[in-house]
Design a protein around this ligand. Structure first.
Ligand code: BGC
Ligand code: BGC
Length: 663
């Protein structure tokens, strides 16, 4: 076994040398690519060196190890001086989803004080969490629109404010590290993580990367600051066919400039950590298969750390080291040698520590490499104020921060308002009068889980109900509040023959079911068509449309996808994306004020092309272009190329998916 590891490692490093890419995009091509994290003073570097010098090899390896709270307890800290913990999606204190802010804080304090009292290395632990649209694992936190909606808003100041709000919310639970923002530049909306991406436009991703990191990190050590993670490095949004954790086929220039755009900006804003991508990279131009990103020294070390001067640390993704050839979830010298500094080994962290210590003792990983990784982790902790006296760092310094304030809700409501994209509006269907009687149709009209999507209380965003989101407002609740209970009726499902004559407007909510990561992939040859994936929504729509009452469709979707039937037949069509807990933001756009005036115009613009062909959603040809979106006073009222959809039934023809579809 040991022998196999050694020869694998040797073979791997030989392979790296043989296929060594010659990185041609130099940092000098854009001054903004260099990291602008605050310099560490010489006293700081001395302190870091002293702390490192006082650590045993085992303590150093433990410092590089991150375990999930489902598999580690504060008591373990005495024996294993871990550097970090995380709560993966749907991990809550004591496994209790109703945990309060105080429960989260109590667990954070328990881990922190255990890490400070242990024998040997007392470097405080840092806890990371996926606060990707608000502090979304915590019940009662405000949930912001997923990134795709923020991309539609085109408002970096809004994004910075959201970063500040999320950071305060996270700190209110004693947590100081956020695995966001995702900087994927998604090319194919079949990918289940499309909603985590701001846009297919690298320039927009770069602007937002900067703003988001600034918002989250603030000054790094203030009471409302957290450290950010630029993820997933690099090319996660470019995989062929939009397959999660798949292969990004791109030449080096495209990889670094398109998929790398957000990283250059995030580093310029001082992002302290970068998460490696599960995906692989292959270059069709040169024919080189560079393999899994977690084993790619050229990109993780030569490009990111050396050329782009990133001096924080690189964290691996959940059990991702196990996907590198020759590795397991609990042992991977190739990843560490490639440049992974902190290893997310949620479950098998004990075995990982022992295995890694042995690998160092056997010479598979150099002591120098370990020291370099630990120095990077300590540098970030120093910047956070964690290596100074105890008084500078207690989690109790976060006391007084609230999980959610009224201001956070107002900010999220504004974000919703800014993110909605109006694709069609005939005869002033929206906004409408406050005297209207309204029928709301579709389960999504009264469901915070459907408004929020994946990464909401649970990892997948499933197995939850409205009670998991105290303080949230559905679209139904928002309209009832504004128009009066008696004027808004709701039916989760309707059948032909439904009486509609008494209404002035009918709103049909069409909603994707929540998903996260691989579970959200819609792989070729399945058509990327909402109406074929969710026939119930089409039935609802058909039951009420064409009956003389204007029908407005509101789509809750984590991706642009073919919805031609609705677009052709509806009077108005609003893309709501995944707006989160503040449904009032949508009501704000739908309603006129008491004097009959429109209050808020629609300012959302498509952040991705909107496909009109369910079998070619990635080719961009037959699509409503990026940047499209109507205002209520705009001249364009209808997008011209729309014809009656020939809705795909069954699978897409396999013969000619087209290059873009496969990529
Ligand atoms: C995801 C990451 C996430 C991590 C921790 C992984 O599966 O790819 O984005 O930060 O889990 O939950
Ligand atoms: C965790 C997620 C993680 C996923 C990866 C889940 O159990 O809760 O955070 O991303 O596993 O497979």
């Amino acid at each position: 076994m040991i022998k196999r590891f050694r020869s694998m490692a040797a073979a791997l490093s030989a392979a790296v040398v043989a296929t060594c890419l010659c990185v041609t995009v130099a940092a000098s091509s854009s001054g903004s690519g260099r990291s602008s994290a605050p310099p560490v003073s010489s006293a700081g570097e001395l302190r870091i060196a002293n702390v490192l010098a006082g650590m045993t090899l085992r303590e150093k390896v433990a410092q590089m190890t991150q375990a999930d709270i489902r598999y580690v307890s504060p008591a373990d800290m005495a024996q294993y001086p871990l550097g970090s913990i995380l709560n993966g999606g749907g991990a809550w204190p004591g496994g209790e989803r109703a945990s309060t802010q105080a429960d989260w804080m109590a667990l954070a304090k328990a881990f922190q004080s255990a890490s400070e009292q242990r024998v040997g290395s007392r470097v405080p632990i840092v806890w990371g969490t996926d606060a990707v649209h608000g502090h979304n694992n915590v019940r009662g936190a405000v949930i912001f629109p997923h990134n795709i909606g923020l991309g539609a808003a085109r408002d970096p100041v809004l994004v910075r404010d959201i970063g500040r709000s999320v950071a305060r919310s996270v700190r209110s639970t004693g947590i100081r590290w956020v695995f966001a923002p995702t900087l994927a530049v998604v090319q194919n909306p079949r990918w289940g993580r499309t909603y985590e991406s701001f846009s297919s436009n690298p320039a927009l991703v770069a602007d937002y990367a900067r703003a988001y990191v600034e918002g989250l990190q603030g000054e790094l050590r203030g009471p409302g600051d957290v450290i950010a993670t630029a993820k997933h490095f690099i090319g996660d949004g470019g995989t062929s066919g939009g397959i999660d954790q798949g292969v990004t086929e791109a030449d080096e220039h495209t990889l670094l400039t398109v998929h790398g755009a957000g990283y250059r900006a995030a580093l310029a804003a001082g992002a302290q950590t970068v998460m490696a991508s599960y995906s692989s990279w292959s270059d069709p131009a040169s024919g080189d298969d560079h393999g899994k990103m977690h084993g790619n020294r050229d990109l993780l070390t030569t490009v990111l750390k050396e050329r782009w001067a990133f001096d924080g640390f690189v964290v691996s993704d959940w059990n991702a080291i196990g996907q590198v050839p020759g590795c397991t979830n609990a042992a991977c010298s190739a990843a560490i040698n490639a440049g992974i500094d902190m290893v997310m080994v949620p479950e098998e962290w004990r075995a990982f520590i022992e295995n890694t210590v042995s690998q160092v003792e056997r010479g598979e990983i150099s002591r120098k490499r370990i020291d370099e990784a630990v120095t990077r982790i300590l540098r970030v902790k120093w910047r956070m104020g964690l290596l100074e006296g105890v008084s500078a760092r207690p989690v109790s310094g976060d006391a007084g921060l609230q999980l959610t304030t009224g201001q956070d809700r107002d900010l999220a409501r504004r974000a919703v308002r800014e993110s909605v994209v109006l694709l069609k509006n005939l005869n002033g269907a929206v906004p409408f009068s406050r005297n209207a009687r309204v029928l709301l149709v579709g389960e999504g009209a009264d469901s915070i889980p459907l408004q929020s999507g994946g990464w909401s209380v649970t990892w997948q965003g499933t197995e939850t109900s409205n009670t998991d989101f105290p303080g949230a407002t559905t679209l139904l609740a928002a309209l009832r509040k504004e128009l009066g209970e008696a004027n808004v009726d709701f039916l989760a499902a309707v059948a032909k023959g439904q009486a509609v004559e008494q209404y002035n407007r009918i709103i049909v909510v069409a909603a994707e079911s929540p998903y996260a990561e691989t579970a959200g992939d819609v792989r070729f040859p399945a058509p990327l068509s909402h109406e074929s994936r969710y026939p119930r929504d089409r039935e609802n729509f058909d039951a009420v449309s064409g009956r003389g009452v204007p029908v407005i469709v509101v789509a809750y979707t984590g991706r642009p996808q073919e919805m031609n039937h609705f677009l052709v037949q509806a009077d108005a069509f609003l893309v709501g994306w995944l707006p989160g807990t503040e449904g009032e933001g949508i009501a704000d756009l739908l309603l006129r004020d008491r004097n009959g005036n429109a209050v808020h115009d629609f300012r959302g613009r498509l952040p991705f092309p909107w496909p009109l062909d369910a079998c070619k959603p990635a080719s961009g040809g037959n699509a409503i272009p990026v940047g499209y979106g109507l205002g209520i006073s705009g001249r364009r009222t209808r997008y011209f190329p729309l014809r009656q959809s020939s809705s795909v039934t069954g699978e897409c023809p396999v013969e000619s998916p087209g290059v873009a579809e496969r990529r």
